[in-house]
Design a protein around this ligand. Structure first.
Ligand SMILES: [Fe+2]
Ligand SMILES: [Fe+2]
Length: 160
């Protein structure tokens, strides 16, 4: 990934995920395609949150960005809950009224817009400067093909 910065690569993931969540809201009917797009977005968003919390935030925190990282962790917790609510509504959908799913999708789009804007303005520009060679390589490897461990949850969404 030598041709682009870590920040640029992470921003590209933001656009892909946003686009898939928005497809559910803008597409007509309750066809498979929009449900597939939303399912793909939720897998990608959970993986993206895992990547940030495991590979990006620890070095940024160690470099003194504790405050912004805490805000991001809190917002990840909120999005994690919105996705859990979406799972429940999607399981109930069964070809029926998709209004509740659409409402939650709009909520998630709003949460993503606010969150991604802050990450792209405050945290991502620091990524290349702060992460050492090993940490950058770990992040890039995961970005290229890593999967979130089964059962992992965002730090602030964990119970008990
Ligand atoms: Fe994030
Ligand atoms: Fe992000």
């Amino acid at each position: 990934m030598a041709d682009q910065s870590l920040g640029a690569a992470l921003e590209r993931e933001h656009r892909e995920i946003d686009g898939d969540v928005e497809k559910f809201v803008t597409a007509v009917g309750a066809g498979e395609t929009r449900i597939d797009a939303l399912g793909r977005a939720m897998v990608s968003l959970r993986r993206h949150i895992y990547l940030e919390e495991e590979f990006l935030f620890p070095p940024l925190k160690a470099a003194g960005m504790m405050g912004p990282v805490m805000v991001m962790l809190k917002e990840h917790g909120q999005m994690w809950q919105t996705m859990a609510d979406l799972d429940v509504r999607l399981a109930e959908l069964d070809g029926g009224d998709a209004t509740a799913v659409e409402t939650l999708c709009r909520e998630l789009v709003g949460e993503l817009q606010e969150h991604n804007g802050k990450e792209e303005l405050i945290l991502y520009p620091q990524a290349d400067a702060v992460l050492d060679v090993e940490a950058s390589a770990d992040l890039e490897d995961f970005l290229a093909g890593g999967t979130m461990p089964e059962g992992w949850a965002a730090t602030m969404a964990r119970r008990g």
